[in-house]
Every structure is written in structure tokens, then in C-alpha cells.
Design a protein around this ligand. Structure first.
Ligand SMILES: Cc1cc2nc3c(=O)[nH]c(=O)nc-3n(C[C@H](O)[C@H](O)[C@H](O)COP(=O)(O)OP(=O)(O)OC[C@H]3O[C@@H](n4cnc5c(N)ncnc54)[C@H](O)[C@@H]3O)c2cc1C
Length: 436
């Protein structure tokens, strides 16, 4: 069947393996000895080609809960279980997940493989900090138990390793005790990027923080934005909140999203939010997963799909680097409607994890003529400032850019060649980046 990532680019014909059990999956890998290459796939919410290959192995069969340890505040479940599934189980018991992405439709395996970060990275780090152990099926079908103390190098290569060390079968994650899943939110309007970053820095103590940036604003308004700060309420909801979603039934003509419509949308949104410069209490879902409200919103970009360009630039040159990028983007006339700025805290030791202490900006671009040359120019700015691009969003980064910015790639590859010398696990992305 034809298969894509969330950005719907690229699009390839792929054979999807759906094992019926762990034993049958192990048998498959034991018997085939090498080719063809395959890559694990969870919910397909990575934007680019990290979960794409001519053959993919779906983790959907790993959808069981194994145990909830209320004494140690942890849960063990199959890697195909989603954030939504986990929240349904843990919220009524007074728990929450430490690190959540912008959609709840992400599998546990995908969250570990991308070592995802949330709106609280500056305070709590990324997802894998809360993974105490995992079971990994290797290329020969063997299962290895990995943690910070058992097979620690394989653990560091698998956390953030984009599925290239094997199939994560299950994992134990620690949970956060919360008094409520109602969220107290404050929105602050900022006239430009410097003001925006000032608000974020001044509110570093805030549990969650994220800024929505208008990428079409120019000159003195460059980086015009709304900063959203939030905390869990002391009291309020402690229930899972089911919500009906709207849906985009088919691909929209890409003309639907043009500079004119996007510009109006951004200005109206900015002015509306500017007026609400104070606290409000909201349920956790609209705060954490605003885009989940519209299922298949990725169809809005038309049949050619879109690319998300997410980079991080270290703190020391973040103001300069992010300004240069915003300037280039606003001058290009390809300004995205969605762009999200986050401050990230310290990185970790996992070889391919994305976060480092600095500012990360994520921008969606319709896949259209002359986009790739623009993105290559942005790559140069990111590299010049010592930054890197996020693998979970990437569909086009060059091997050169990858190897210059992910400085531990050779350490990763040394572990990979020990556990998977014949590259049984390989994706379109890993081949493009020269990892397989
Ligand atoms: C609307 C939206 C908002 C998002 N917001 C954020 C955000 O705020 N922060 C953030 O960090 N990310 C964010 N993401 C990206 C998303 O969290 C990651 O791409 C995540 O990896 C997707 O998980 P998945 O289950 O869909 O994995 P897939 O897309 O299916 O796979 C992603 C990678 O994980 C590997 N993988 C999947 N399952 C396994 C397994 N069982 N064993 C080994 N490897 C596996 C795949 O091989 C692939 O390399 C967002 C995505 C969307 C669509």
C-alpha cells in the first residue's frame, strides 16, 4: 500500500507487516537473516520519512498494559499503546505523563524512538528521562532488556534512535502525580521576537511555556507572538475528558492555504489573543493537543503534502539565529500558518536525541516549488549557529548537515553495527543520512 508520514511527503509503496504475536515477530526475524530491510512504525505521526521503508513492521500488536505500580508511580505497557490510551488509564488515578507532545496520538515506541519533548522541556527534559527500562527485539529476533544499568549503551542508542536498533516491545515509564488535569493558562502578547524571548526567560519558572509566532510579520514586528504559560491547577478536573473531533474528509486544494488567507488568519488570531492578556482555566486537551480537535488536519495542505522544519539553536546565539531564520522565511513569501517556539533545557546523553539548551522553532511549509532551496538556506543558518534539525520532523536533511550537527552519530553507529551489522533495520531517512 502507499504509505506516508504525517506530512504526507514522501509517499512510497510499502509492505506492512502486522505480526499477530511477539513470538511470530521473533520467528520472522530469526528465519529471514538479513534482507529485506524494515523499520518499526507506531502511529505514523512523525512528519517525514523516519517510519518509512519498502517494508515496515507495525507496533499495533503491542497494545497491552502490563502493570501499574502505584507505589513507585510507574506504568509498564506495550510500545503500541498511545499517549491517549495511557492518559485514559492514569488520569482517574491522579497521574499524568511527564512529557507530552502536541498530539496524543503518538505511540509509546514512537515517543521513545524520537525521545520527544514537550512544552516543559526547560523544566523536566525529554521523554526518555522517564523511561526506566525497555525490552528491545533485535535484528536476530533476540529480546534484550535495556536500562541505564543494563545494556546502557544500547539503551542510549535506542532512546532517540529512530527505530534503528530494533523494535521496542514494551517499556516502563514513571508518572507524575498531579492534583488536577485542569490547566491554568496565561497568554501574553509580544510585539516582536526579542520581547517574546524576554517573556519566556522571565517566566522560566512556569511549568509549561510555548509561543505561537506569526511568521508573516516583518521588520519591527518580526517574531510577533503570543506566549502561553501554564501550570496544573491545585483543584479541578481529575477525569479523562473524551471530546468529539472534527475531521477533514479529503485533501484540500493547496490554494486553500495561501499567503493572503494565512496573513489574515495570523493578524486576527494575534489581535484576539492580545486582548486576553490574563489567566484562564482550560482542560488539559485543548492546551496540550489543540490540533487533535481536527482529525486529518494534515490534508489541508493538499495532495503534495507539507514539511515541518524544526530546529534548535543554542541559547548563546538563539536570538540572532532565530531572527535570521524568521527574516528569511518572511521575505520568502512562503510563511507558514503554524509556527511554534519553545525554550529547551539541557540535552541528555542519548546519541541521537534532538534537544539541547536553546530555542527551538517548528514551522510548517506547504510542499511547493522552490521550497527545498529555501530550506537548504535555513540549514546553513542553523549550522552556523551550532544548531540541529529534529529527526522526527525531517524528510530532506542532507547527510552532511546531519553529521555536522549530530556530533555523536559515530557512537550511535558503533552500537548499531554491533546489534544490527546487516542493517536489517533501516528507513528512507537513515539511508539518506548515511546511517544505513
Ligand atoms: C500534531 C503533532 C504534534 C507533535 N508535537 C510534538 C512535540 O510537541 N514534541 C515532539 O517531540 N514531537 C512532536 N510530534 C512528533 C511525534 O511526537 C514523533 O514523531 C513521534 O515519534 C511519533 O510517534 P509515532 O508513534 O507516530 O511514531 P512513528 O511516526 O510511527 O515513528 C517515528 C519513529 O519512531 C520509530 N518507532 C515507532 N515505534 C517504534 C517501536 N515500537 N520500536 C522502535 N522504534 C519505533 C519509527 O521507526 C520512527 O523512526 C508531533 C507530531 C504531530 C503530528
Amino acid at each position: 500500500m502507499q504509505l506516508q508520514g504525517w506530512g504526507r511527503f514522501p509517499d512510497i509503496a510499502a509492505n506492512i507487516i502486522e505480526p499477530v504475536s511477539l513470538e511470530s515477530a521473533q520467528q520472522l526475524f530469526k528465519s529471514r537473516q538479513g534482507k529485506p530491510s524494515t523499520i518499526p512504525r507506531g502511529m505514523g505521526r512523525s512528519y517525514g520519512d523516519s517510519a518509512l521503508a519498502a517494508e515496515v513492521i507495525s507496533s499495533r500488536f503491542l497494545d497491552g498494559f502490563i502493570s501499574l505500580d502505584e507505589e513507585n508511580h510507574s506504568i509498564r505497557c506495550g510500545s503500541g499503546v498511545t499517549m491517549e490510551d495511557i492518559l485514559k488509564v492514569v488520569i482517574p488515578r491522579g497521574y499524568f505523563i511527564h512529557v507530552l507532545p502536541g498530539t496524543q496520538y503518538v505511540s509509546l515506541g514512537g515517543a521513545i524512538a524520537a525521545d520527544i519533548h514537550g512544552k516543559n522541556h526547560h523544566k523536566v527534559g525529554s521523554f526518555c528521562r522517564y523511561v526506566s527500562a525497555l525490552d528491545l527485539m533485535l535484528a536476530n529476533g533476540e529480546i534484550k532488556h535495556c536500562s541505564a544499568t543494563e545494556n546502557p549503551e544500547l539503551f542510549m542508542a535506542t532512546c532517540g534512535g529512530m527505530g534503528l536498533t530494533g523494535v521496542i516491545i514494551d517499556a516502563t515509564i514513571s508518572l507524575k502525580k498531579v492534583s488536577s488535569v485542569s490547566i491554568k493558562k496565561k497568554s501574553i502578547a509580544a510585539e516582536n521576537l526579542l520581547e517574546c524571548m524576554d517573556h519566556i526567560e522571565k517566566n522560566d519558572a512556569s511549568e509549561y511555556s510555548v509561543a505561537w509566532i506569526d511568521c508573516l510579520a516583518k521588520r519591527e514586528k518580526l517574531g510577533r507572538s503570543i506566549v502561553h504559560l501554564a501550570e496544573h491547577c491545585e483543584e479541578g478536573l481529575s477525569q479523562y475528558n473524551p471530546r468529539k473531533n472534527l475531521s477533514i474528509p479529503f485533501s484540500m486544494p493547496s490554494i486553500f492555504l495561501n499567503n493572503y488567507s494565512v496573513g489574515i488568519f495570523n493578524t486576527v488570531r494575534y489581535n484576539l489573543l492580545k486582548r486576553k492578556n490574563d489567566f484562564s482555566i482550560v482542560n488539559y486537551k485543548p492546551y496540550f493537543f489543540p490540533l487533535d480537535r481536527v482529525r486529518n488536519w494534515n490534508r489541508l495542505y493538499g495532495t503534495q503534502g507539507f514539511l515541518q522544519y524544526q530546529f534548535v539553536i543554542p541559547l548563546v546565539s538563539a536570538k540572532q539565529g532565530v531572527s535570521e531564520i524568521l527574516k528569511k522565511v518572511s521575505e520568502s513569501g512562503k510563511g507558514p500558518p503554524l509556527s511554534v517556539l519553545k525554550k529547551l533545557g539541557e540535552g541528555n546523553e542519548n546519541y541521537l536525541s534532538f534537544p539541547l539548551n536553546g530555542y527551538s522553532l517548528a514551522m510548517d511549509f506547504k510542499n511547493e516549488k522552490n521550497l527545498f532551496p529555501l530550506l537548504s538556506e535555513l540549514d546553513e543558518i542553523v549550522l552556523a549557529h551550532g544548531g540541529r534539525l529534529y529527526l522526527a520532523k525531517d524528510a530532506r536533511m542532507s547527510e552532511d548537515v546531519f553529521k555536522k550537527s549530530y556530533v555523536n552519530w559515530e557512537k550511535f553507529q558503533a552500537i548499531k553495527s554491533q546489534v544490527d551489522p546487516h542493517n536489517v533495520f533501516a528507513s528512507l531517512q537513515s539511508s539518506r543520512l548515511g546511517l544505513t
